[in-house]
Design a protein around this ligand. Sequence first.
Ligand code: GAP
Length: 433
Amino acid sequence: MDLMEKVVSLCKRRGFVFPGSEIYGGLQGFYDYGPLGVEMKNNLKRLWWRFMTVEHENVVGIDGAIITHPKVWEASGHIKSFVDPLSECKKCHHRFKSDDILKSNDLKESKCPDCKGELTEPRNYNILVPTELGVIEGEKTKTYLRGEACQTIYLDYKNVLQSSRLKIPFGICQIGKAFRNEVTPGNFLFRQREFEQWDIQWFCHPSEMDKWFEYWKKERMDWYKELFNNPNNLIFFEHKKLAHYAKKAFDIQYQASPFDGSEIEGIHWRGDWDLNRHGEYSGQDLSYKDLETNETFIPQIVETSGGVDRTFLFLLLDAYAEEEERVFLKLNPKIAPVKVAVFPLVANKEDLIKKAKEIYHDLKFSNVTTAWDDRGNIGKRYFSQDEIGTPWCVTVDYQTLEDGTVTVRDRDTTKQERLPVDKLLSYFQNILK
Ligand code: GAP
């Protein structure tokens, strides 16, 4: 098995991620997060939210609707430009992204990757996911699920300004779902049809675009580097072919990706494209008035837009490790789904179980996600926790009953040290804060 297969298999076996609608044979491009996956994803999202709204001044959040007025997608340019050119094989009728298969832009040279048949000229397919509102057939309104989460930030920008005391420069951030009819979903969580994005839209004065673009580029790269074991695997890639809204764009990429695809996040110079277009299509004045200088202008926007699911996937690939007799996930403790596992040395000694349960409950109710395990032998319990990335295992043994200390075993080194029970919580909290 290659690394990707091992990670996909671990995800299913241990309850991180399941194929969507699996009992019906699955639905391509959709996944469900299981009990451990949702803990890890929530940890990631909490870290991102804290980074944006606590560690930065002048950043507030919103949680916008997934379905918006249909005009939003005309104004945003997605109806016209959110297209993938596809070529169809004249023999087997399979469709392929033209960009993926065209060799040196010469269609005649390219053949169907499946049957080597001749390919048609590329045709454009819009990847927005349409939906209908209303209950009466023939009177339904067609609109779209969000093709990119950030659009609701532009829609709410005036409301945020009017309801807060923000002054330019400021940011509005959001974590939310986006939907795309991807032509070639695949590589597990990498290219899905329903996925989650974390975005900030930073509104600034036109004269400060360069400064803020560079600022957010660095901030975001530094944030990712803190989370990965191998930060050197993260690189910038500058786009030459730009999305319809962008004047400048860099990706943060995971260089060690085992498949074709490595983008985690895009840093985009969106300028005044979005506010101008929404102003024009809605008929509303979306300009900003600076009360100190009396200047009125359309703010320029720097966007950082990342994939929660892609980050989740690349972190698992980065963390997966094998040693002679164990598999372990070397996850940063802050994102590990379970922080501590508590074991009684044996499962049939009431005193040990009582003490271990006390410790388990104390940690758990102090917001340190804690697991309990009294099955099998200690070695098996360690390996089971290693495989899901639990950083520490606490064992309550006979010595605990005499001197109030427990063993704390470290996931990465497998070394154990004895700590007093009453110091455990602060020990873990210090590392996790
Ligand atoms: N608002 C700008 C925007 O949506 P994007 O580069 O299309 O830009 C931003 O998407 C991020 O969303 C990507 O860097 C990626 O991490 C994530 N993403 C995009 N399409 C995805 C898909 N089909 N499945 C999973 N994540 C995706």
